[in-house]
Design a protein around this ligand. Sequence first.
Ligand code: FAD
Length: 379
Amino acid sequence: MNAPLVIVGTGAAGYALLRALRQIDRDRPLVLITRDDGAAYEKFHLARALGARTRPRGLVLATVEQMAHRYGATILAHRHILRIDRLRHELVMREGRHGYGQLVLATGAAALREPGLRGTAASQALTLGSLADYAYLRSELAGRNRVVVLGGGLAGCELADNLARSSCHVTLLEPANQLLAETLPALSAARVAQALQAAGVQVMTEDGIQRIDQGPDELELTTLAGVRFPADLLVLARGVVPRTELARDAGLAVARGIVVDPALGTVDPDIFALGECAEIDGRLFRLAEEIEAGAQVLAEVLCGRKRRMRWPARLRRLQIESCPVTVCEPPPLAGEWHEAATQRGVRAVFRDRRGALRGFALLGDQVAAAERLLGELGR
Ligand SMILES: Cc1cc2nc3c(=O)[nH]c(=O)nc-3n(C[C@H](O)[C@H](O)[C@H](O)COP(=O)(O)OP(=O)(O)OC[C@H]3O[C@@H](n4cnc5c(N)ncnc54)[C@H](O)[C@@H]3O)c2cc1C
């Protein structure tokens, strides 16, 4: 019997590919393997759900059994892949081996741990990168309310806002000199900081955490500037690192992510990669809609068609209640932001050297212009 197509991972990428494949081929044997429980859920609901104290079960869109039944696939949960044996076309797990004909790595990205973090409680710093993280963080929050969030990027700002709205005392620390430094220009970022402060978040830029120690009843945090203060929880929101170990150990090309061509293939003709673990021409997958677009391409490629990934221009709407923010991040190219403030908002547009609109960020009453600007991109 022919070895099946195996997908490693049941996150946004693994399940988007499963759905896309089934639209083309109802019968092909498909196996998905994951080290978690295989439940389907949306990560972008986690911050808001934490604020609302939603039970983890309330976030599950479909259980592993429901996904397997709905899409006619074999899904093996709680199996940790340790190694790819490319010679034998086998995956090596703690529980044994599993053969593959073609293999898709959809292993996602891990939350970045702060490398220099010291102290007796350094291992107690938490992250919010999965449903399991969510369940743990929610249980740790029970009866406690002093939370420090380290990292003022998209995830950190959303988390701080949602926690503050659920009566937590939140301090948001960002080592750079502004929040959202990778996403927004200065004026827009300052408006977001004001909105967070109005929601009760204490915002501290140009500082980070150097130590976290266990005191008698609480954690004692020491910032890089030497400020000491007590807290109940420290949550790290410093970004993610693509999970590339399986690919690297198997001798596949790895840069920041697993290097794939625009058809999502690696240097091994039988191995592909999709989602946050992968990169194409130096560009990482970051948004759910980019992963969805990649899944459509890869499904066709795996069915023998010639297709290439084209990055869609997409909107990211921040979940900060008092300050609506819609961002269309510009591609990595030379250009400049131009910001204009209105009384109740900010319009920031990014133009390349020829003056063409390549991205934008809209705040407050300006967000209504998002769809129109999206249509003007690249003209
Ligand atoms: C808090 C938060 C908020 C976000 N908000 C937004 C948003 O608003 N909009 C947006 O577009 N995107 C958002 N994102 C990003 C988006 O959710 C991710 O890009 C997407 O979920 C990544 O999907 P993935 O399948 O690549 O990885 P993951 O969902 O991480 O899935 C990885 C899978 O691989 C499995 N796996 C890994 N290693 C192994 C192994 N060795 N053996 C077996 N299985 C393995 C895991 O068990 C898991 O099933 C957010 C992310 C977070 C964390």
